[in-house]
Each structure stands twice: as C-alpha cells, then as structure tokens.
Design a protein around this ligand. Sequence first.
Ligand SMILES: [Zn+2]
Length: 266
Amino acid sequence: MVGRPNSYPVSPALGDTAASIERQTTSLPNLMELPSLADLLDVQSLDLQIDRLLEKRQSLPELELYKTVDSRLKELEAKRDASADILRQLDLQLDKSDGELEILEAKLKEHETRLFAGGMSARETEYMRLEVQGLKGQDEAMEERVLQMLEDIDPARDEVAALESEIAVATSEKAKLEASIKEQWKKIDAELARKEERKREAVRLIDDDLMDLYENLRRIKEGVAVASYDHNVCGGCHMAFSPAEQEEAFSSDLPRCVHCRRILVA
Ligand SMILES: [Zn+2]
C-alpha cells in the first residue's frame, strides 16, 4: 500500500539522526499507550500523495519544453538583433552614398552647363571637359556601388524578417506552454491544498512525540516512516521477519521493523 517514492532528500547526518531516533524510541513507551498508528498510516499515505504531487508539479513535460523554447527564443532574438544591426548599417551606408551621388550629379550638371554655355578660353574649356569626364567616371562608379548596396540590403532585410517570424512562432509557443503549466499548477495546487488540509486533520489525532519520530524517520527513510506489515514482510524495506523477529517487534507498544526501523502497522 505504501509505495516507495522515486527520490527524497536524505539527511546527510544519517548516522547521528538514526542514533537519536533509536534513543527516541526508548523514551516513547509511556507516551505510546494507545498509539494512533492507523491515523499515522493515514498521514503517511497523505504525505506520500503530497510528495508525488510536488514531484509532478516540478516535472511537468511542459516545463522542460518551456525551457527549450525560452532559450531558443533568446538565441533567435540575439540573432535578430545582430542582423538588424547589419541592416541598419547598410541602410546608413546607402543613405550616405545616395547623398554623395546627388552632390556628384549636381556638380556634374553644373560643369556641363558651363561647358555648354561656352565663352571660356580653350585651356579653360579643355580643363572643364576633363573635369566633366572625371566626374562622369566617379558618377558611374558611385551608381555601381549604390546598386550593389541595394542588392546587399535585400537579403539582409529578408533575414531580419525571417527571424522576426520565427520569433513570433516561438513567442506564441512559449505563451501556450506558460498557460498550460499555469493551468496544471492550479489543479495540482488545489489538490495539494486538499491533501494538506486532510493531513492537518489527521495529525491532530496523533501524539506529538509520535509525530516527531515519524517526521525524523521520514527524513532519513526516503519519505516512508510507516510501513504496513503484511505476510511477515515489512512494506517499507520488503524484508521478511522470522517468527522470533515478529514476536520481538510486536511485543513493543510501537512496533518497529527489525531491519529498517520503520514504524510497523499490522
Ligand atoms: Zn523494514
């Protein structure tokens, strides 16, 4: 009836605590005239149910998924920020080159106008002609650069957009997981509150010293302090008793397993 839970904290000072619990037993008999062992077994059962609920609360599969999605989201956001930075720089460079191109074209137009208007000396005309030629070369190179920048900017913009949509998917997945976790926690917490309330009621029927012993045993016995005794076997450690061991254990007001020292309820 009392199952062995998967994992429980075990006191590091196992030896000392075990010894003190041994001493505790010897001081108990006068208090144990009518030990409410059946009630204690109820408390044990409730405690194990509470332990399982707490374990379940912390090991929902959605919690693991949530962590995965959350770290993926952080990675995506970091990538998006880096890509957005590159895009911003490309945009700035493009703006700057556009501006330079405008200035260059204005200068070229002005020179051409002067050249076409004539009225300059042959030397001045030749100088201006060469100037215009040079400016045209610069203008073509700059146009080439701007076109290249426009070509570079499109993939960068696409990358940012693709990352944004991945982020949107991950964000909605994270929100769904969060809602599911909260929903399950709400149910578990309500169940925990019910069990805790039932435990409080059951504990009221049990002697304080017996409760202390129980709590101490629970700490060092993987959460199971009380075991059923059935067909000569301790339900806590699953070891069998010889007739003499059984006689010895059950001659006490507070029967304890001769093997694991758990409290036995026949
Ligand atoms: Zn045992």
